[in-house]
Write a new protein. Structure first.
Length: 119
């Protein structure tokens, strides 16, 4: 399993970014996917979830109405469109597979992509 995040960067408050996560090594279309983020000194937190076919999504209250998770099963890629960004959105963003583990309970993670929201 390989997950490769991209699309992060430095953006001003109120700006937008679109993150991508390219997945390989498993049958992408049969698994839900999620985005997490981890800010310095804080625990990793769930940001958004999408089911295998993309029909259902769910968001953390802190990003609801500003972020949109989507996926393209033909490209084995999940996206996170982030609008109206705030300084508190600054974090490393990671994607992960829902329900697929190694060594019993360990999740697969990508290397993450840094998002910095600052003027």
């Amino acid at each position: 399993v390989q997950l490769v995040e991209s699309g992060g960067g430095l953006v001003q408050p109120g700006g937008s970014l679109r993150l991508s996560c390219a997945a390989s090594g498993f049958t992408f279309s049969t698994y839900g996917m999620s985005w997490y983020r981890q800010a310095p000194g804080k625990e990793r937190e769930l940001v958004a979830v999408i089911t295998s076919a993309g029909g259902t999504t769910n968001y953390a209250d802190s990003v609801k109405g500003r972020f949109t998770i989507s996926r393209d099963n033909s490209k084995n890629t999940v996206y996170l469109q982030m609008n109206s960004l705030k300084p508190e959105d600054t974090a490393v963003y990671y994607c992960t597979v829902i329900g697929l583990y190694y060594s019993g309970t360990r999740r697969y993670w990508g290397q993450g992509t840094q998002v910095t929201v600052s003027s």
